[in-house]
Design a protein around this ligand. Structure first.
Ligand SMILES: Cc1ncc(COP(=O)(O)O)c(C=O)c1O
Length: 467
């Protein structure tokens, strides 16, 4: 998976590895020299596991992360005084932009003026948010969490409850948060395996999980035929192994197969919300039994939610009424701070005033411009690369044509190219998400931000592939 594919289709440019390694070394030096304050703070962080507050923050290129000073809209400044056009946007957590004024006002109203950040008491904001999510995604009943991981986890439990089945079906190289059952992939022989690097699984995921290949309905059918799958859990496009878009008919086929085999369909829109206000569920007219969202809809405040159909709600109620399942105490669905007043106030402000239909229109136009800019450089140097776009999100991948399965996309990983491009950009004022090469637009992103990236991407390619 961490291989370095050098060659693409005939006539395309191979990656000159020696030059790439020299360029990376130069960019690393420039990064270290340019960020002494971040480096010093990193050096002092001796009580943090991996010297970072959350272990993924080690993922940034350059050997140490930038330390945040200020952030507003699509802009971040670090403690060394550099300003960045931010396309990472907290890996989607800040798709609404950093500290949007409407969210600031709502948080301040709730936390400062009225008080009551977390009380285990509902506020009217929760019903407003649920109704808005119902309008956007078409599912009538909603419940809240503080992360998309938990929303997935709790929804999977409910799916197992009502179907009486033990397994879930996921796609190879999916990511749905730290949900144990989802850490399974297909190996080269097509066998289900624990995902490489899986930390301390309670049981081998082979016992909990069936794995199919994205865009391959035959593989889905074969796994569902065992009759033990409670729920298919998928993003409508894979976004965590590059972007792998669904081919025509694939998502409808999933719905059909799930119904035929008595399994539920959970669509995780945590990232694919970038497609529009109701995610791909709305743009592709999907008919899931469960939708999960999280990250961005709180404008940066911790949140998550899952929505279900009336039919699924009724099936859950049968089990709770009979006393078989406990969803109001310690049955394993819910959490103390979930749905708290601050989180729901932030979601209401974000959905009503920030991530609006109009904002998505502008964000999607900018992502189209970004994509065209990258494509022009790919074409110019005949690179065996591709760029895929999903509404306001775009990502380049070192494969052409664009991968159609998670395994193909994993095979196209090139950590050297990732490091070079990330460092080249960060050293000149652009942040990409530390996970592969994702760029996301927020309502405050400007054309000048996009054009800055386009110019730098072309310049990075020129240094690597030019004369
Ligand atoms: C599709 C998807 N679902 C769920 C999650 C988990 O989100 P969180 O880390 O907020 O729990 C992620 C995180 O990247 C994700 O990409």
């Amino acid at each position: 998976m961490a291989g370095a594919p050098a060659d693409g289709p005939p006539g395309s440019a191979p990656v000159p590895r020696d030059r790439l390694h020299r360029l990376i070394a130069g960019e690393r030096e420039r990064y270290t020299a340019g960020h002494p304050a971040s480096l010093a703070l990193f050096g002092q962080a001796r009580h943090l596991i991996g010297r970072v507050p959350m272990t993924w923050m080690s993922k940034w290129s350059g050997g140490f992360p930038l330390y945040l000073d200020t952030a507003a809209g699509a802009t971040v400044t670090d403690v060394d005084g550099h300003r960045y056009a931010d396309f990472a946007l907290g890996d989607t957590g800040a798709m609404a932009g950093h500290s949007p004024p409407a969210v600031q006002a709502a948080i301040s109203r709730r936390a400062v003026q009225r008080g009551g950040i977390t009380t285990m008491l509902p506020t009217e904001d929760a019903e407003w948010v649920a109704a808005e999510l119902a309008r956007r995604f078409g599912l009538p009943l909603w419940s809240f969490s503080l992360s998309a991981t938990d929303a997935n986890r709790w929804a999977i439990r409910l799916a197992r409850l009502v179907t009486g089945r033990s397994k879930i079906l996921v796609f190879s190289y999916c990511y749905h948060g730290s949900v144990d059952e989802t850490f399974a992939v297909l190996d080269e022989a097509g066998a289900i395996r624990s995902r490489p690097g899986n930390v301390g699984p309670a049981v081998d995921p082979v016992t909990t999980t069936r794995v199919a290949q994205f865009n391959d309905l035959a593989s889905v059918q074969a796994e569902l035929a065992h009759g033990d799958v409670a729920v298919i859990v998928t993003e409508p496009a894979l976004t965590n192994i590059g972007i792998v878009l669904p081919e025509p008919g694939f998502l409808d086929g999933l719905r059909r197969l799930a119904s035929q085999h008595g399994a539920l369909l959970l669509i995780d829109e945590t990232h694919t919300l970038s497609a529009g206000p109701g995610g791909m569920t709305a743009t592709e007219r999907l008919q899931p039994d469960i939708v999960v969202v999280g990250k961005s809809i709180g404008g940066g405040i911790a949140c998550g939610a899952y929505g279900i159909t009336e039919q699924l709600g009724a099936r859950i109620e049968e089990h709770t009424r009979s006393g078989v399942a406990d969803i109001v105490d310690v049955g394993g669905v819910g959490g103390t701070l979930a749905g708290n007043a601050l989180s729901t106030a932030a979601m209401r402000a974000t959905l009503s005033e920030v991530l609006t239909e109009q904002a998505f229109g502008t964000m999607i136009e900018l992502a189209a411009r970004y994509t065209a800019g990258v494509q022009a450089t790919i074409d110019r140097y005949r690179l065996p690369w591709s760029i895929s776009r999903l509404g306001a999100r775009a990502e380049y991948r070192f494969a052409s044509p664009a991968p159609r399965t998670g395994n193909q996309s994993a095979a196209a990983a090139d950590p050297d190219l990732d490091e070079y491009l990330h460092l080249y950009l960060v050293n000149r004022g652009v942040l990409l998400t530390p996970f592969h090469n994702m760029a996301l637009m927020c309502p405050a992103t400007e054309i000048t931000d996009v054009d800055l990236h386009t110019g730098l991407f072309a310049a990075a390619a020129a240094e690597l592939f030019g004369g």
